[in-house]
Design a protein around this ligand. Structure first.
Ligand SMILES: *Cc1c(COP(=O)(O)O)cnc(C)c1O
Length: 413
């Protein structure tokens, strides 16, 4: 492979975040552009898990619920995560999955707007969000779903005096389009509605300002840009203003005011703990403790700046080096309106991505025709971008993707 030109190497040499790459295990020879699906393993996780298994589980056994703080992990991890999303330490818990947290937050929001009958959401959003919203709808026959892309062109058009809650992704998983959190939150509030932000594709890769925007609820994922590992727990945020009387239907014992009283009567815990349900996967939580340490001392404004530069460079190089290749940009061209991923359409996108992966450039494919590349500024550099585009150019120019092996679909794309 050609060596990146000096101006590209100079950008890596000048990168104030360049040192953060050493915090991750990145397999040799791989350019990993899929941190938006599963982040790589932070090195600190290995010793953290060794300690949690050998010392706490094997050694101290049940005493670890107290001694090692296992029981409080949803709150302590939530407080640790809070600065990354612009929240107070008492407004976030780490627990369950995004899907389950959406269910709880939607119900909690609807309970705060009992006389309203509509949920506004995006038809093209990540399907689980819609599936959960329609599941919530099945328990409440008076509830209507209004979808951008089906019932109106914009979310703003669909928000009115009957809207209870707006469910919206900050960054779209397919196109990478970035919403204006402050503006849309203000628009929902002007109509008396609440807003629930899904941060799955933004947490860990840009400054997020939930409190400053006046957001009501948020959910997010910790196995993408937060690098918590496969199946790592989700998180949820509820603004302090809504903590009094917070109610959700998965009111298991971890949400009880006094779980170890084992009372037959349910009394919700005060504050954010009312959003908990039951026992959490402690080993996964512990991996996340160490994964979040990789953000120590990291300036999220610098992360965003580098993210915009990496994605700008990728788009410019692909368009310059792969003209007439059947690729069409499917992401916003303006970096300010884009998350940390870039998508291109190609009518043989699946095979092209498989050929890239076989050559060590790992992105992913989203039906029907989207090649998706995520750029995590903590461990991706400018030379990686340049090299990835060289491999893409070679795969397209040579027609290497036509190998029938690349057309066979795996279960996970
Ligand atoms: C990744 C992702 C999810 C994942 O949901 P799980 O319940 O954790 O499987 C949900 N929503 C969005 C927008 C996502 O990107």
């Amino acid at each position: 492979m050609m060596r990146p030109p000096p101006e590209i190497l100079a950008r890596d040499a000048d990168d104030p975040l360049g040192h953060a790459r050493e915090r991750f295990h990145l397999p040799a020879g791989l350019i990993y552009l899929d941190g938006n699906s599963l982040g790589p393993a932070p090195l600190a996780v290995f010793s953290e898990l060794q300690h949690a298994v050998a010392g706490e589980w094997a050694g101290d056994l049940i005493a670890s619920w107290n001694k090692a703080g296992w029981f409080a992990l949803p709150q302590t991890l939530g407080a640790r995560l809070a600065p990354l999303i612009g929240a107070g330490g008492d407004e976030v818990v780490v627990c369950d999955t995004v899907s389950i947290n959406l269910f709880k937050c939607l119900h909690a929001a609807l309970a705060l707007r009992p006389n309203r009958h509509a949920v506004v959401a995006e038809q093209a959003g990540f399907p689980t969000d819609l599936y959960i919203a329609s599941g919530v709808g099945r328990t409440r026959p008076d509830l209507a779903m209004r979808l951008q892309g089906r019932d109106g062109d914009t979310l703003e058009d669909l928000i009115d005096g009957d809207t209870a809650v707006v469910l919206v992704n900050q960054v779209d998983y397919r196109s990478g389009a970035l919403r204006d959190m402050a503006a849309l939150t203000a628009r929902a509030h002007a109509a008396g509605a609440l807003i629930l932000w899904d941060l799955c594709h933004s947490a860990g890769v840009m400054p997020i300002t939930l409190d400053a925007c006046g957001a009501d609820f948020a959910v997010g994922c910790s196995y993408k840009y937060l690098n918590g590992g496969p199946g790592a727990p989700g998180f949820l945020y509820v603004a302090r203003a809504h903590h009094d009387g917070l109610r959700q239907p998965l009111s298991g014992w971890w949400s009880h005011a006094d779980p170890f009283a084992f009372s037959p009567d349910y009394v919700a815990a005060p504050g954010i703990a009312a959003m908990l349900t039951g026992t959490q996967p402690i080993l996964s939580m512990r991996a996340l403790v160490a994964a979040l340490d990789a953000f120590d001392g990291i300036d999220m404004a610098a992360v965003r700046q580098k993210s915009m530069a990496l994605t700008d460079l990728f788009i410019a190089l692909v368009e310059e080096r792969c003209p007439d290749s059947g690729l069409a940009l499917a992401a916003p061209r303006d970096a300010a309106g884009r998350g940390s991923q870039v998508s291109f359409r190609h009518d043989q996108g699946y095979a092209v991505m498989q050929a890239l992966i076989a050559r060590g450039v790992v992105g992913d494919f989203r039906a029907p025709d989207i090649l998706r590349f995520g750029f995590a500024p903590l461990y991706i550099g400018f030379a990686d971008v340049w090299n990835a585009v060289e491999v893409l150019r070679d795969v397209l120019d040579s027609g290497a993707w036509r190998d029938p092996a690349y057309a066979r679909r795996s279960g996970v794309t």
